[in-house]
Design a protein around this ligand. Sequence first.
Ligand SMILES: [Zn+2]
Length: 298
Amino acid sequence: MNRSLRIAAIWGGLGLLLWAWWAHQGPLLPSQSFHAQGGPTLDDEALSLVPAPDIVEYEVQLGETLEQIAARFGVSLEALVGSNANILDDLHALEPGTVLKIVKNGVLHSVKRGQTLTDIARTYGVSLSEIVRANRLEDREYIYPGEEFFIPGAVTSPLFTHLQMAGGRKSFFAWPVRGVLSSGFGPRIHPISGEPDFHQGIDIEVPEGTDVYASCAGRVIVAGRHSGYGLYIVLEHSNGYRTLYGHLSGIGVYRGQFVEGGQAIGRSGNTGNSTGPHLHFEIVQYGRPLNPLALLPP
Ligand SMILES: [Zn+2]
């Protein structure tokens, strides 16, 4: 055996020993190599720190209500509805045979087109890092519409609020607040100037500080101040629709954010050109104001 062959044999032997040790022990620095490998591979230790979401499927029996099922499994009605957003469209009519996901200690969220993890974190008021950790998304660059993520600790859901504000059934637009209609859509005498005026929306009387909910899912295109509207928010939806929320006392969203229908976006107030606490609400399609009463559920 010549010198170079001998050296190769020694190195080969050392390599084999090292491989055998690695295969037996696992890599030297578990957490680092877990990230470097970019996937849920060998690192049982790191994975065991994140408990898997507790999800069971349940088939609805004849005559059962969502309230009964939520109570039986010890989950909130809001969370039960939120975890079944793709299945449920009516709070009061539940088809027997429907298979519901029962999720403990959180909500299972289905990603919408254009929605980021940051948007989702803000929707549920849960930190981004908790969502990333619970779903092992540390190495992910993209998320996709229709993917389902566990939102740890979430107890409510925008869908539940949407259904409540829509009279129980899913609707393209839902009420942003519930209150007495104090001014309708169309020609009127302006309450401040006393001049003929066209009211481009409706006024709903609510106490200052009432939660204002997105009437429909969409993107925030304005969150700011206007001389007439005061503090106001404009959301952009599909089909050329926009909704506007005026005279707010507080804004809870930022421009560019994706919000769910039924998500709280701000608080009502009396800012701008306003004669008392109320929400001014507009629905506009391709720039044309429409009568919200014709589009909102009863
Ligand atoms: Zn108004």
